[in-house]
Design a protein around this ligand. Structure first.
Ligand SMILES: *Cc1c(COP(=O)(O)O)cnc(C)c1O
Length: 396
């Protein structure tokens, strides 16, 4: 096996240097623990940015993939397959959404949602009603269109011209949103807990008002659940925690437990907008990804989902009780947690935690972000929190 140093060297020579990687290579994992090529153990509070929802080396998940690969690994979307319809039925039944288009990533799912919203409006109202309002500190993806949708100026560089027709307002500011809505508006798109932006949950009152406004003006409410979805926040989707039903919802990251998959959900009002020939993707609902996602749902329904909120509360209560000088508090929902430290210092703390054996990432300007596997045990949580406490106590 190549050493971490050898891997780093090859990476810098042969892979485009688009990631600000931590100086760590990971070779294998089990449960919520991962290991470097040299055998250094880490407790993983990231699950690959909320992807490995059922942990590493999950046997049931791996066997589902293996069995499906032996049976039928792929077939064109011009033919029907059972794993995809099983998955679609389950996801729609639990969430209350009506139907789904399967894609391969979060950005692509949001592209699909944006296409759906613009077509809905054009079909019904004709040209010119295409504006989509999103929130500051949002993150919706890295394609040219989803970068335009993302409400952070740092992303609006380099790749001009961006797709037109997006504007941004501050989160939780209903008056500002109202001021931005006009006759050209077709949709409002937002995350219920802004992930990349800092693990910032939207206020429930604001979300309810936006839902009502969208109903009143026939504007589509698109909820980006790429990070919050598939159990991360305690229910299958965060919109279920908030008690609303969106017109369109997207998800990706954790849906297939580590294989690339995304989804665009429509409700009764929007379910017939994307018609034959208007949207497609070669790999969408690939049987292997669908089988993996069905297994993720089996595992979540087998008791894992019921414990997400309690585990999230446990982590946050433990951290608050440590009474650390450098920790200003915690934010989040379920197992999507931001630990707030002084602005600008989050990356330095994350590096220290990783050095000490706790994998974590950052978010926004001031948060250390934890997105552990949903299957993490209390024993693994305690091991991670012990490292956290030791490092943060020494920090100042
Ligand atoms: C990660 C993320 C995306 C982009 O997903 P990709 O799979 O990287 O394209 C979009 N929206 C949110 C909220 C995300 O967290």
């Amino acid at each position: 096996m190549q050493s971490t140093q050898e891997i780093k060297n090859k990476d810098s020579q042969f892979i485009m240097q688009t990631y600000g990687r931590f100086p760590v290579a990971i070779a294998k994992g089990e449960g919520a623990k991962v290991y470097s090529p040299e055998g250094k153990e880490y407790i993983d509070f990231t699950s690959g940015i909320g992807v490995c929802s059922v942990g590493y080396g999950n046997k049931a998940w791996a066997e589902a993939i293996y069995e499906q690969a032996l049976t039928l690994g792929h077939i064109s979307n011009l033919y029907y397959t059972e794993p995809s319809v099983r998955l679609a039925e389950r996801l729609c039944t639990i969430s209350g959404m009506s139907n789904v288009f399967f894609s391969n990533s979060g950005a692509e799912s949001n592209e699909g949602a944006i296409k759906l919203a613009r077509k809905y409006s054009r079909d019904k109202y004709g040209e010119g009603r295409h504006k989509i309002i999103t929130l500051y500190q949002s993150f919706h993806g890295r394609t040219v269109t989803t970068l335009a949708a993302t409400g952070q100026d740092v992303f609006h560089t380099n790749f001009f011209p961006f797709t037109e027709g997006f504007s941004h307002v501050p989160a939780n500011d209903f008056e500002a949103l109202l001021g931005e809505v006009d006759e050209t508006t077709c949709a409002i798109m937002m995350e219920l807990v802004q992930g990349e932006g800092g693990v910032l949950p939207l206020e429930r009152e604001f979300v309810k008002k936006v839902r009502a406004l969208c109903d009143e003006r026939d504007i589509l409410l698109i909820i980006d659940e790429v990070q919050t979805g598939i159990g991360r926040c305690g229910k299958l989707f965060a919109f279920m925690e908030y008690g609303i039903l969106p017109d369109v919802a997207t998800t990706a990251k954790g849906i297939a437990g580590g294989l690339p998959m995304g989804a665009v959900f429509a409700n009764e009002k929007t379910k017939n907008v994307l018609t034959a020939g208007t949207h497609a993707t070669t790999f969408g609902a690939n049987p292997i990804c669908s089988a993996a996602a069905n297994k993720v749902l089996d595992i979540l329904e087998g008791g894992v989902l019921d414990e997400v909120s309690a585990k999230g509360d446990y982590i946050r209560e433990k951290i608050e009780a440590m009474d650390l000088a450098v920790v200003k508090g915690t934010r989040g929902l379920g197992l999507m947690i931001g630990v707030v430290v002084p602005e600008g210092e989050h990356k330095a703390y994350a590096s220290k935690l990783i050095d000490a054996g706790l994998l974590c990432i950052t978010a926004g300007r001031d948060a250390i972000r934890f997105l552990p596997p949903l299957t993490i045990t209390y024993e693994e949580i305690d091991l991670g929190l012990k490292i956290f406490e030791t490092v943060m106590k020494e920090a100042k």
